[in-house]
Design a protein around this ligand. Structure first.
Ligand code: BGC
Length: 904
């Protein structure tokens, strides 16, 4: 092979492109290799206060040539980074032949401010009371309307004495902010600063605003929304509209360097003024109301010479003890616009708009006055039997927006709310909407797409899309259970079961990095992880399969992204969790301290799996993962300790729940799935136990009976135990309960319940019936790892050592897809035609793979040139088990052999 040089591309710091604010202990580097070779060594250089490297520049840190194939999760190893400091970095590589690449282009990162660097104060207007909506019923005040308040507009004008060389706006809110500078919106993020436990920690964002400033007069402004801080959150009516505080406040610091080197700082302080404007209320759950007649044209711009009338001094208080932390996550952005698939008008004149997709976001409407005319928008996921919006399942959430028009054309769009919907009812639209007049704006945490999947079965492709849409709609600052009703909470159980699927679908490295801080922060002093994070005032903690997310999600982030930083950061919290369980359960059966023990939540036939079985299985899982985690971060003693613990729990589990013939207590599918997946069944009984699982599925007439907990591992367990045929039967099953049943009912996301709606019973209980819950979509992992076969060698992380092992079966004759891994793009696809099975893969630079090709005659597998593929001899022991095994390096490879006809 010709030696090739591997120029590093796609440089990232802390999983982000050129972050403008990153905590020093999160500074870890990664890159991709442009080419098809392996990396033998790298050299990484960091300089301060420069964006380009000059030959004579002195590096702040130079790794020197470092012998390593790693290209992700490289920790910074230089002297302490300066708070607020601006750094540039670059990297070059060597391949095994010694060929040196050119230096990469430079990338940058800027370091989080020190708490002492903040001189800004919290400012706001207190709880504005001037624009109550009318009571919903004459004479009876509407308690929700009573809690809604106008959005403060805050501003300050200032003068710059010369042209601007560089400027950063560091900004946050207790509540939500939209920063404005000289008439422009700053950045493209929504719902900033995101949700954290504001009593302890507030994230801030930093923006490069150099281009928005000018010599002379400037105006810095902000709109504030209630958001999670003082708006409606969750279902706790007692604290509705005020979990953390009573009114939103802003904290802003603009640091400007003029061309002559002078530093200028403008902060939120008592020089600011504020007032309300067009936004009469803005609430995450309830929606938004604008009266355009009250708009303040030019309020955020010096040009319009805006009117001082009505502006009053802000309330100002010094910054308190809450930690201000640079946002390690990704912003919520509008990532798509969806046009209606149909718009129909009712006899009463109301428009019913169908977007054809259950999504999360809001409507953007173009309309033209008359002044005083009102447009009201309601949103729903589904329609009732009469074709009207079904909103009962929203519980107290209203997700309704309304607008009072001024004269002339207007673009109507909320600022501080988000709705879960496929349908919208628009009342009062003047005239007929033309193309583009009504669109849905899709908004969620901007986690770039990472995975693709496509097959010969359209319904399976629909399932894949439904899983991804469910993820998009629910990853909004935290991974929520659902995006529509008065809940939208960061449930840990849902997150852990879906985490692996989530990582395959989208790049959620930074998103989970942010949320895992929320999880650790919400841990109780006992060590119990909470049921939800941020915790609000919800008392639940310690529940099996919920609290365990505190171990499983960091492990998953490491597994998928090679992120050891996450493991180090949360190791203490994970250890405290393990100690908490062990303290309560000295006999190694987890039957106490189970908190709310949701068990196999929403399993279709009720709660039959013993709680202690689920609890003990998850505890064993934690212990096994903790051993791997400890190994990964070089804590050998801990690794040994957790292996020992795992063995004890395993023995207790087998003793209590498994008989000699491999039967599990209760005999539920979930019991078998957990026992097999977590290797809790003695080796000699595993094959029998897998047979019992298949028998239980057959006894249910080839239906699954798993809830949230069992569902994620069900198909992986079947495939791993050689029952891929049963896995495909469940996948293709059309009658309830099944994934395809939802699709047959028109689902475009994953439902919370297997029977959210059925021909026999109509809607399930309105009290708990979301049509956009991702948990049951955890089957996505199986599509990637088993159908496509994109997986990693056991025990490895970060996709440096791939295991490409497809599991064809069922009605599929073709499947193909890809995964943008930490090492680069992996492709895999197969087809069965004319008695042959063909598998094509692409291995990214820097990775090696073992490829296992199922075939009726493994010895007859050939490459694209019809030759026996190289590398087969490396695994001689595996010949004859229906798979040919090859070791390959970076690049494209094709394998084709006699089809086994039947699936494994
Ligand atoms: C949520 C779930 C959550 C569960 C706990 C529900 O209200 O929607 O997704 O995990 O409570 O059992």
């Amino acid at each position: 092979m010709m030696p090739v040089s591997l120029p590093p591309v796609g440089l990232r710091c802390a999983h982000l492109d050129n972050p403008l604010g990153i905590a020093p202990d999160r500074v870890r580097f990664s890159w991709l290799l442009d080419g098809t070779g392996l990396q033998q060594a790298y050299q990484l250089q960091v300089i301060q206060n420069g964006r380009v490297f000059h030959p004579d520049a002195t590096a702040t840190w130079d790794s020197g040539r470092t012998e390593s194939g790693d290209s992700a999760d490289i920790p910074y190893g230089g002297p302490p980074l300066t708070p607020g400091g601006r750094y540039a970095w670059r990297v070059r590589t060597w391949d095994p032949a010694g060929t040196e690449s050119a230096w990469s282009d430079s990338a940058t990162f800027e370091v989080e401010l020190d708490q002492a660097d903040w001189t800004a104060s919290w400012i706001g207007l207190g709880a504005l009371r001037e624009h109550f909506g009318p009571p919903s019923q004459p004479g009876r005040p509407d308690p929700i309307a009573m809690a809604l308040r106008p959005a403060p507009h805050l501003r300050r004008s200032f003068t710059l004495a010369g042209p601007v060389a560089a400027a950063r706006l560091h900004v946050t809110a207790l509540g939500l902010y939209e920063a404005r500078l000289n008439g422009h919106r700053v950045g493209d993020a929504y719902l900033s600063p995101g949700w954290t436990d504001y009593d302890q920690r507030v994230l801030y964002q930093s923006y490069d605003v150099t281009g928005l400033l000018r010599e002379g007069e400037n105006v810095l402004g902000a709109l504030l929304g209630d958001g999670w801080y003082c708006g409606f959150v969750g279902f706790d009516a007692k604290r509705a509209g005020g979990h953390y505080g009573g009114a939103p406040e802003l904290l802003a610091q603009l640091d400007v360097t003029l061309a002559d080197g002078t530093d200028v700082r403008v902060v939120s302080d008592d020089e600011w003024t504020g007032r309300s404007g067009a936004i009469q209320h803005a609430d995450l759950l309830m929606g938004e109301r604008h009266d355009l007649r009250l708009a303040l044209p030019g309020w955020d711009s010096p040009d319009a010479g805006s009117d001082e009338a009505g502006w009053r001094p802000v309330l100002c208080r010094p910054r308190d003890g809450r930690a201000l932390v640079a946002d390690p996550g990704v912003p919520v952005r509008v990532t798509d616009e969806v046009a209606p698939v149909s718009v129909s008008r009712s006899a009463g004149g109301t428009l019913l708009v169908d977007f054809g997709q259950n999504l999360t976001g809001w409507l953007r409407i173009r309309a033209k006055g008359p002044a005083g005319a009102s447009i009201a928008v309601r949103h729903a996921e589904v329609l009732d039997a009469d074709g009207r919006l079904y909103t009962e399942n929203l519980r107290t959430a209203r997700q309704a927006d309304s607008y009072v028009l001024a004269d002339g054309p207007a673009v109507l769009e909320p600022h501080f709310t988000v709705h879960g919907f496929r349908y919208a009812e628009v009342t009062g639209y003047p005239g007929e909407p033309g193309p583009g007049d009504i669109v849905a704006r899709v908004a969620h945490s901007d986690t770039p797409a990472a995975g693709t999947f496509e097959s010969s079965e359209p319904w399976l492709d629909q399932l894949f899309r439904n899983i991804d849409w469910g993820q998009r709609g629910n990853f909004i600052s935290v991974p929520t259970d659902c995006p529509q009703r008065d809940e939208r909470l960061g449930w840990l159980g849902d997150a852990q079961i879906f985490a692996r699927t989530a990582c395959y679908n989208r790049d959620v490295a930074a998103f989970f990095a942010k949320w895992l801080d929320d999880v650790t922060e919400a841990q109780l002093p006992s060590g119990a992880f909470p049921d939800i994070a941020p915790r609000l005032n919800f008392p639940g903690a310690g529940a099996p399969a919920w609290g365990d997310a505190g171990v499983i999600v960091p492990w998953t982030a490491w597994k998928m992204y090679g992120d050891r930083g996450i493991l180090e950061r949360h190791f203490g919290a994970m250890t405290a969790w393990m100690d908490f369980i062990e303290r309560g359960n000295p006999d190694y059966l987890r039957s106490r301290e189970l908190g709310h023990s949701y068990n196999d939540w929403l399993s279709p036939h009720g709660d039959e799996t013993p709680h202690a079985l689920v609890g003990t299985a998850y505890w064993a899982h934690d212990a096994a993962l903790m051993a791997e985690i400890a190994d990964a971060i070089g804590r050998d003693d801990d690794a040994a300790r957790y292996r020992e613990l795992r063995a004890k729990i395993g023995a207790a589990f087998a003793d209590a729940f498994v008989d000699a013939a491999g039967h599990l207590a209760s005999g539920t599918q979930t019991a078998y799935v957990l026992g097999l997946h977590l290797e809790l069944i003695p080796e000699e009984s595993r094959a029998a136990a897998a047979g019992h699982l298949v028998a239980a599925i057959r006894a249910a007439d080839w239906h699954l009976t798993t809830g949230f907990v069992g569902v994620g591992y069900l198909l992986p367990v079947l495939s791993s135990a050689g029952h891929t045929d049963a896995a495909y039967r469940l996948l293709a099953q059309r009658t309830f309960p099944s994934w395809r049943y939802m699709i047959d009912q028109g689902a475009t996301t994953i439902w919370e319940r297997w029977d959210g709606w059925s021909q026999e019973h109509g809607f399930q209980s309105a009290w708990m019936n979301s049509f956009n819950h991702y948990s049951l979509g955890s089957v996505g992992e199986w599509l990637y790892r088993f159908v496509l076969g994109i997986d990693q060698e056991p025990g490895t992380a970060g996709f440096g050592r791939l295991l490409l092992r497809p599991h064809p079966g069922g009605p599929l004759h073709r499947a193909q897809g890809s995964y943008q891994s930490a090492r680069g793009l992996i492709r895999a696809g197969w087809e069965r035609a004319d008695g042959r099975f063909t598998y094509r893969v692409e291995v990214p630079a820097g990775a090696v793979a073992s490829v296992r090709v199922p075939s009726a005659d493994p010895a007859q597998v050939r490459d694209a040139a019809g030759e026996p593929p190289a590398g087969v001899a490396e695994f001689p022991g595996l010949a004859g088990v229906g798979e040919a095994v090859f070791a390959v390096g970076p690049g494209g490879h094709e394998f084709s052999g006699p089809d086994s006809q039947h699936s494994r």
